[in-house]
Ligand binder design. Structure first.
Ligand code: ATP
Length: 301
């Protein structure tokens, strides 16, 4: 479990992280989303004690990072895959990390196997491809067999097999009951990977909800109904609080109302239906709606 309580980090007058309060729970993959500059990396750095909050606290398993006795056994993180001594081999890097954290050196071979990089383990870290560096960074995060894992853009530079592998790894870590907190700009990937989403913009919390709820709340998620009595049903649905758009002679789209309720109202009205389904927004669409006013840099297409 990761707990943030009124977590705030200011650089001069600018709040990179602004009063964030939330819990990232075990047994789930929590996606961490936000436009460039939203404060994701800063939040992760604060959790890992790499930066000091201006105010508020970040706790891992109920304790601030700097008070953890054996930090790598509690939380493993991949922040910047290239942040390694370039002249050292991946294996040597992991061994040094194990030794300095009281972890049995035998664990190194295990994590190298888990990430599928034994063949490249003897190469200098500086000579590794970005994809291999990512795997090495993930191996380092797994070294202490921690309960909490944090990954900043873990699929950067990975090929489609690598992306699938990361997705499966996150799933299995969460299924083992661990807390998995992962940032990404790849919405299609997040839609496949995450159970829960935390969305921030300009350092502030925009959304903290299960993925299906984020999708359901999008205005682009709608119930589609086909019926020969579209006009009659439209009146009934609107009277019950639905937002109804007539999209064809015999087709309606309804927002603000669950599919079950639409079916029940049609039944009560004695209206025959030829089709009743939910058309879900993609996470990309839901995300764009949520963050429209929070984009700090760049131009939105
Ligand atoms: N050391 C620093 N000094 C001054 N400002 C900083 C520093 N680190 C981050 N910032 C600012 O804090 C804000 C949040 O940055 P951060 O890197 O946490 O965002 P992010 O969500 O991780 O972005 P990205 O998606 O681009 O990685 C930005 O406005 C950034 O310029």
């Amino acid at each position: 479990m990761i707990s943030l309580k009124a977590l705030t980090k200011k650089y001069g007058d600018h709040a990179a992280v602004d009063d964030l309060t939330l819990e990232i729970k075990p047994g789930a993959v929590t996606g961490f989303l936000g436009p460039n500059g939203a404060g994701k990396s800063t939040t992760m750095r604060l959790i890992l004690g790499l930066d000091r909050p201006t105010s508020g606290v970040a706790l891992v398993g109920g304790v601030p990072y700097h008070r953890l006795k054996e930090p790598l056994r509690t939380v493993g993180a991949l922040l910047d895959a290239r942040a390694m001594h370039p002249g050292r081999s991946g294996r040597a890097h992991l061994r040094a990390l194990a030794r300095s954290n009281g972890i049995a050196v035998g664990r190194v071979a295990q994590v190298l196997e888990m990430v599928g990089m034994e063949p490249a383990a003897g190469k200098r870290a500086g000579a590794l491809s970005l994809g291999m560096s990512q795997r090495l960074g993930i191996a380092a995060a797994l070294l202490g067999d921690p309960e909490v894992l944090m990954f900043d853009e873990p699929v950067n530079g990975l090929d489609p097999d690598g992306v699938r592998w990361v997705r499966q790894l996150m799933r299995s870590l969460a299924d083992e009951g661990r807390t998995v907190f992962v940032s990404s700009h790849l919405m299609s990937e997040m839609q496949l990977t995450a159970d829960h989403l935390v969305v921030i913009g300009k350092g502030r919390l925009i959304m903290d909800a299960p993925l299906p709820e984020v999708i359901a709340r999008s205005s682009l998620t709608a119930v589609v109904v086909r019926t020969p009595y579209a006009g009659e049903l439209a009146v009934r649905l609107a009277a019950a609080g639905g937002e109804v758009t007539r999209t064809g002679e015999s087709e309606l789209q309804v927002t603000g109302m669950a599919v079950e309720r639409v079916g029940d109202l049609a039944h009560e009205a004695g209206v025959r239906l030829h089709e009743l389904r939910t058309r879900e927004a993609s996470l990309e669409q839901a995300y764009r709606e949520l963050t429209e006013s929070s984009v700090e840099y760049g131009v939105r297409g």
